[in-house]
Design a protein around this ligand. Structure first.
Ligand code: GRF
Length: 195
């Protein structure tokens, strides 16, 4: 059975959506670890409620990024993680993690990349007056929201849409599609079995 980890720095709603879908559909896979760089994050509470182990670290208590990434890798190995799913993890992945897990790290971003990388992507798109918005799942490389695109979902913005309801639609799309992409990358078929 393939095991995977989710990294989150904040709310963790995507983390929860993936965990719930995995359980509802009885995937032949296990979300074995939540990793966070914010010990107070809501994602940690969600992991506790779901009985999923978490590794919360304080970056400032390590000498540098390589040092905390080594600690993360140790935890990933302990929990058998073969795939890393970033879901609102607000840090660039460094060389240490990329060397250990390169090609096996994915991220979700709330825009149609390569448009609007970085923070507040939905706000950036809204202020630019785009007529089509969406989400992107991509492999992670050393850049910020760069790396080969795996999947995108788009929707049209209506005249009377507000930033709030666009954000709402984005989250709904993320919760629906990110678990599906993860499932596919784990090599599972529609029934959640090994394909
Ligand atoms: C999502 O919008 C995701 O696209 C972005 O960060 C947000 C995380 O939300 N990378 P949540 O913590 O999963 O609720």
């Amino acid at each position: 059975m393939k095991k995977f980890a989710v990294f989150a720095s904040g709310n963790g709603s995507n983390f929860e959506a993936i965990a719930k879908r995995m359980r509802e559909e009885k995937w032949d896979a296990e979300l074995s670890l939540l990793v966070t760089d914010k010990p107070q994050a809501k994602a940690v509470e969600r992991a506790e409620a779901l009985h999923i182990p978490s590794f919360a670290f304080e970056p400032s208590s390590f000498e540098n990024k390589a040092a905390f990434e080594r600690a993360v890798i140790e935890q990933l190995r302990l929990h058998g993680a073969e795939l890393i799913v970033l879901a609102g993890y607000m840090r660039l992945i460094g060389d240490t993690l990329l060397e250990a897990y390169g090609g096996r790290i994915i991220n979700i971003h709330p825009s149609l990349l390569p448009a609007f990388p970085g923070i507040d992507a939905v706000g950036q798109a809204y202020r630019a007056g785009v007529k089509v918005a969406g989400i992107t799942v991509h492999y992670v490389d050393e850049g910020m929201d760069t790396g080969p695109i795996i999947a995108q979902k788009a929707f049209e913005i209506q005249e009377n849409d507000t930033l709030e309801n666009i954000e709402h639609t984005i989250h709904e799309l993320e919760h629906k599609w990110y678990p599906s992409v993860v499932k596919q990358l784990l090599g599972l078929n529609n029934r959640g079995e090994k394909a």
